[in-house]
Design a protein around this ligand. Sequence first.
Ligand code: G1P
Length: 295
Amino acid sequence: MKEKIRKAILPAGGLGTRFLPATKASPKEMLPIVDKPMIQYAIEEARACGINEFIIITGKYKRAIEDHFDSAYELEESLKKTGKKTLLEEISRLNNLNFAYIRQKAALGLGHAIYCARPFVKDEPFAVLLSDDIIDPETPLLRNMINLFKKLDSPILALEKVPMSEISRYGVIEGVSDGEENLFRINKLVEKPPPAIAPSDMAIIGRYILTPDIFDILEGIGPGKGGEIQLTDALFGLLKKRQIYGYLFTGQRYDAGDKLGYLKATVDIALKRPQISEPFKNYIIELADRIKLNI
Ligand code: G1P
């Protein structure tokens, strides 16, 4: 019987420089997509897969994340009194989840952030979700990865084919098809390579199922790309000891850490929200006409 994935790590210690000045004193993970902070999409995605223990790696100016996932007694009481049942349900839906916060004292990279969670994860497999990457809530990426883990008992990384002009923004793998649809055996990983030396167009996106042996490797590696401790480098080190798989995702992902990706996520998700989808769609049609007519 393979171990169940019960815990998820969400690194949230980054500086969010791509969204300055909004992120000068507020976490980028709290930027709303329609009406929900970015990080809540990732939490809900993991919860839908049976994960209910969350380890959030935070840093300076990230207190709002803790407050957001705390219960809000006064607000809840006031909504109860005024009979606002739907809103009450909406804000207390995640109250039964367990959150632990670890403060990453310096932004030393994704690998370092994951390593900070070691005392809380100990020796069980776990998921990593990068909340910048928003996965269409209707596609079961993480669920599929967890099911694959049950079968393979090996680390699994989510992959996406990206245009070569964007490859240097990602960790990139070289792999061979495993025979099963969308599954690859990884034999090389490089963090943010220039297109000329990228081993493929298959980029790692922000969902990982990892095994606890990654911590020993993270403990021993030095800084890599950008002077940071890179998870990709640690995974390359782990390859010497065990097989790592890549699962190619073909659904919709938004890189909401980037302004354009953030706007696309906002528009697409708003178009699916019952109360606003119709008027918003009408506005977009009208806007498209205006753009076409250049007015
Ligand atoms: C991180 C990882 C990178 C991965 C990417 C996915 O980079 O280091 O390997 O491809 O997330 O979003 P970051 O986006 O934090 O620079």
